[in-house]
Write a protein that binds this ligand. Structure first.
Ligand code: BG6
Length: 483
């Protein structure tokens, strides 16, 4: 990773929110500590609360944790303003000009950490105050998810965004792309000669992608009630993982080449009709249950959730990618909250050997390549082997790679993504056409769900989700590897 050449300013819209203290300040501190930011990166917070520089810093000091964060906080400034208030943006403009007069800055990154309902106001505010023009440095914008709530709203948002910024200035975050284990998918596939010849419908039986969380919705009931698992996780994180597994080799490892291939995957996903949706998807909602031996409430008992909510906290899909590489290879995707444990994994199951040569060979499991995204990061390939001895006895064994082998910690997703936005590398961010193609898939499923009379299937907290999710695979003679 190259170090950024010049200092810059990070303007955080919605600076008093959760994200600033949980992710952004610790990420900036760590980038300083590891020497990846050669010159100061100054944070300017923008929010509605009536604060000044000092009281903003005090607020951050109360909540931010982590080594080196004090120095970052001591250097932050604050501009008070409503997202719809032109004067606020003028104050911001003035403040930025002052800061840039004092010390040279290579440019600015505007970071949208505000509620998504304000995104359009912020784009307009930035545009009207002429803050996007690249005079005297770069101007980039980082947009947090969710990017819209369906295809139409995402397209509208893109139109608004492009009134002010060009696509090359836009960095749409999907923090899964910043994870070390996710970046490693492309390295595994394209830096090793052995996988590519097998990576297709001739040798792969199916692919499973699971992102399981043991946490519930916590204090985010209001947001979650709008989003559900479909918009919160499927539209972005799971579909992104799928694109990395399914894409063609890019012509280069750069933002456009990589994203060109990813978007092709999304466009090739077969969109189910509303009538097909019940057969290809499952939605569930957690009821009360036990996790780690402790009773936990159901989703409907969480704060800010209506007692008759039908919002899904679990979703499973069976998708088909209609192209030469993947025709007829199912991709099973599954995500849920309050599942038995936190575990994210992609497993690629290969077809069995075409002929059985050995006694009881049928008892062997098929070869499965498991990419453990988190926790316990690593990669396992299961193979059949001969148990030592005179008899031919077969057993499944695992070849294992563990990230501990490197003896060093990886970069946190937010550090990586902030760094990349600062150097202008969009490879790990989602492009306009990509985000829209992902919504197209999600919209097709949502349309089907809206026509269903039954709501989500209730599963006990602490389980692996609704039974129908198991049936989705049993029906095809398969089962989930992770459980
Ligand atoms: C976020 C979702 O994008 O990802 C959360 O909004 C979810 O609901 C989180 O908990 C999971 O991220 P991670 O990195 O903990 O797997």
């Amino acid at each position: 990773m190259s170090a950024t050449q010049e200092g810059a300013i990070l303007v955080v819209f919605g600076a008093t929110g959760d994200l600033t203290h949980r992710k952004l300040i610790p990420a900036v501190a760590e980038l300083h500590r590891t020497g990846l930011l050669k010159r100061p990166l100054r944070i300017v917070g923008y929010a509605r609360q009536d604060l000044d520089d000092e009281s903003f810093r005090d607020l951050l000091r109360q909540t931010v944790e982590g080594e080196g964060t004090d120095a970052v906080i001591a250097d932050t400034c604050y501009v008070r303003g409503d997202f719809q208030d032109a004067e606020g943006y003028q104050r911001l403009r003035k403040r930025l000009a002052e800061l840039e007069k004092d010390s040279h800055s290579a440019g600015r990154v505007y970071y949208l950490a505000a509620p998504p309902s304000f995104y359009t106001d912020i784009f307009r505010g930035i545009g009207e105050a002429d803050l996007a023009k690249e005079d005297g440095g770069f101007r980039r914008i980082v947009v947090e998810k969710p990017f819209g709530r369906d295809l139409k709203t995402a397209q509208d948002l893109n139109t608004e965004l492009h009134q002010v910024f060009q696509e090359s200035q836009v960095f749409r975050i999907d923090h899964y792309l910043g994870k070390e284990t996710v970046q490693n998918i492309l390295v595994l596939r394209f830096a090793n000669g052995i996988f590519e010849p097998l990576w297709n419908r001739r040798y792969i039986d199916h692919v499973q992608i699971t992102v399981a969380e043991s946490l519930g919705v916590e204090h985010r009931g209001r947001y979650y009630e709008e989003a559900g698992a479909l918009r919160d996780m499927m539209q972005n994180h799971l579909l992104q993982l799928m694109t990395l597994i399914a894409m063609e080799p890019p012509v280069a490892f750069d933002a456009d080449a990589v994203r060109n291939e990813k978007v092709k995957v999304l466009r090739a996903v077969r969109l189910p009709s509303p009538q097909e949706v019940p057969h290809l998807t499952v939605r569930g909602q957690y009821g009360p249950g036990d996790l780690d031996g402790k009773p936990v409430p159901g989703y409907r008992q969480e704060s800010d959730v209506p007692p008759d909510s039908i919002r899904e906290t679990f979703a499973a899909f069976k998708l088909k990618i209609e192209n030469w590489r993947w025709a007829d290879v199912p991709f099973y995707l599954r995500t849920g909250k309050r599942l038995e444990r936190r575990a994210s994994e992609i497993s690629v199951q290969f077809q069995r050997a075409p002929q059985r040569l050995f006694p009881r060979e049928a008892r062997l499991k098929p070869n499965v390549l498991r990419l453990r995204i988190q926790p316990d990061e690593g990669i396992t390939l299961s193979v059949g082997a001969k148990v030592p001895g005179m008899r031919i006895e077969l057993r499944d064994v695992e070849m294992e790679f563990d990230y501990d082998a490197f003896g060093r910690r990886g970069t946190e997703a937010y550090e990586r993504l902030l760094h990349d936005a600062l150097i202008g590398d969009g490879t790990l961010f989602t492009r306009k056409d990509e985000v829209e193609a992902a919504w197209q898939v999600v919209d097709a499923i949502e349309r089907g769900w809206q026509q269903e009379e039954a709501g989500p299937e209730i599963y006990p907290a602490g389980s692996w989700g609704p039974e129908s999710a198991d049936e989705l695979l049993h029906h095809d003679g398969r089962r989930w590897h992770l459980r």
